[in-house]
Design a protein around this ligand. Structure first.
Ligand code: FAD
Ligand code: SF4
Ligand code: SF4
Ligand code: SF4
Length: 399
């Protein structure tokens, strides 16, 4: 029997890349499936059957690496510049800068020139701009775990930020904790494939005749929400679920990797020292306790999962407007904290059709369900501030 990794069921591989990083013979590459997701592929001519790749794979290993009960906060950076360029409250940047101040390096997801997403390493504050902002697609780990280990073994501080499965993969690869390693996981409900995103960009940008140079899934110039933008050489267009089938299906949880519907991390306790997400519902709950916070610029939900997380939080506290919360309140509006995404009938139909017809399937379905999409999109794309003003005007009219 072969000791190397074999993907028998795609729902058991999240694509974290730990197996690739650990292989002593560089015998594992990634191969794309018809949906555009990448899975490990072993070159038998290089493999020495050592079994390390199979051993390092912890995606389905219940209980490995999870932290205990967290401390929970709502917080926003006091810096307007950081807030406006981040997806939520800018906590990632504040923590990353604290690590860089100690001479450390930061790993996170960044677009390359062809708008593919990879995990890269930066060690100066201006380059953090490449990592800022949520990119709603799977980021390729490639050799980032090896690079992080090299820095840690050399005594450098490292901040590694990613999805919970990427943090679990990193920890399994490293095999031990390092005092100088800070791990940040994001609240995550799933990732679509790069192929799907690129198809969608061609369609949306093609209609407007724009040569896309930058994608923002959450463009704060439109407020704190899920309105994005595509920037070309000389123009910028809105990117949202009303114009993009991809963005619509992403928000509806219909086009994720198979493993995302089988993800153990939401139910099991967090993987990172600190977890970052959006504090949806802050207005109703904690805004009054956050001083002069401007909620329309974004507020983060922070879970501080262990003592190391506490130490780093104490270093950035002065840079934040912050209020204490608890897990139950955070979970109320972020179900991704409690359970994995559930595959809808639409997910199954879309996947089957995409395999046969490619992006045509997205368009066909999007047009077929046009009415639902338009209503959903309108609800999502009206900025919160305008929605509030409309509600207030309506109450005045009624009253
Ligand atoms: C795919 C995805 C799904 C998410 N789902 C939710 C959710 O359901 N609920 C919720 O509350 N929050 C969710 N988030 C997290 C949220 O959008 C913010 O990223 C988070 O709150 C941090 O915001 P920030 O303002 O502190 O920093 P930002 O600067 O906005 O965050 C940037 C950090 O996110 C990392 N990152 C961005 N894209 C990716 C990616 N594709 N893969 C791995 N790391 C990435 C970057 O490396 C960087 O470290 C999701 C993020 C992603 C990427
Ligand atoms: S280590 Fe990660 S990429 Fe490799 S098989 Fe396991 S889940 Fe998949
Ligand atoms: S068994 Fe060893 S050599 Fe073969 S692919 Fe896995 S890690 Fe590489
Ligand atoms: S939902 Fe789970 S498997 Fe999917 S990207 Fe997020 S952490 Fe990884």
């Amino acid at each position: 029997m072969k000791n190397h990794i074999i993907i028998e069921d795609t729902k058991n591989c999240c694509g974290c890349g730990a197996c690739i990083n650990i292989c002593p013979r560089d015998a594992i590459g990634m191969k794309e499936c018809e949906l555009g997701f990448s899975y490990p592929d072993v070159d038998e001519t290089k493999c020495i059957d050592c079994g390390l790749c199979r051993k390092v794979c912890v995606f389905t290993d219940k209980g490995t690496g999870a932290n205990g009960e967290p401390l929970v906060y709502a917080a926003a950076s006091k810096s307007n510049a950081v807030l406006l360029s981040s997806s939520s409250g800018g906590i990632f940047t504040e923590l990353a800068e604290a690590v860089i101040d100690k001479g450390g390096a930061v790993f996170g997801a960044a677009w390359d020139e062809s708008l593919s997403l990879h995990h890269i390493c930066v060690d100066n504050k201006s380059d953090l701009a490449m990592l800022r902002g949520s990119k709603y697609v799977q980021s390729a780990t490639e050799n980032a775990y090896r690079a992080a280990k090299e820095l840690l073994d050399g005594g450098r501080y490292v901040c590694y930020s990613g999805t919970p499965c990427q943090i679990a993969g990193l920890k399994a690869y490293l095999k031990k904790d390092y005092d100088k390693l800070l791990t940040l996981d994001i609240i995550c409900h799933g990732v679509p494939s790069m192929k799907m995103l690129k198809d969608d960009l061609s369609y949306v940008a093609g209609k407007k005749n724009i040569n896309v140079k930058d994608i923002k899934f959450r463009d704060k110039s439109y407020g704190w929400g899920v309105l994005g933008s595509l920037t070309g050489d000389s123009s910028k267009i809105k990117y949202h679920s009303g114009t993009s089938p991809y963005y619509f299906y992403f928000l509806n949880g219909e086009i994720y990797r198979d493993s995302c519907y089988n993800c153990r991390f939401p139910a099991e306790g967090r993987q990172g020292d600190i977890t970052l997400g959006d504090y949806w519902g802050i207005r109703q709950e904690l805004a009054a306790e956050m001083g002069d916070v401007d909620i329309d610029k974004g507020v983060s939900c922070i879970l501080v999962n262990n003592d190391k997380g506490k130490r780093w939080m104490s270093q950035i506290k002065d840079k934040l407007l912050i209020a204490g919360s608890d897990r139950k309140s955070a979970e109320k509006r972020n179900k991704q904290l409690t359970h994995a995404s559930v595959p809808t009938p639409e997910h199954n139909a879309l996947s089957d059709m995409y395999k046969k017809k490619g992006y045509e399937a997205f368009l066909y379905w999007y047009k077929k369900h046009y009415k639902e999409h338009v209503i959903g999109a309108v609800k999502r794309i009206i900025p919160a501030k305008i929605k509030r003003q409309l509600m207030q005007a309506y109450s005045r009219l009624k009253g």
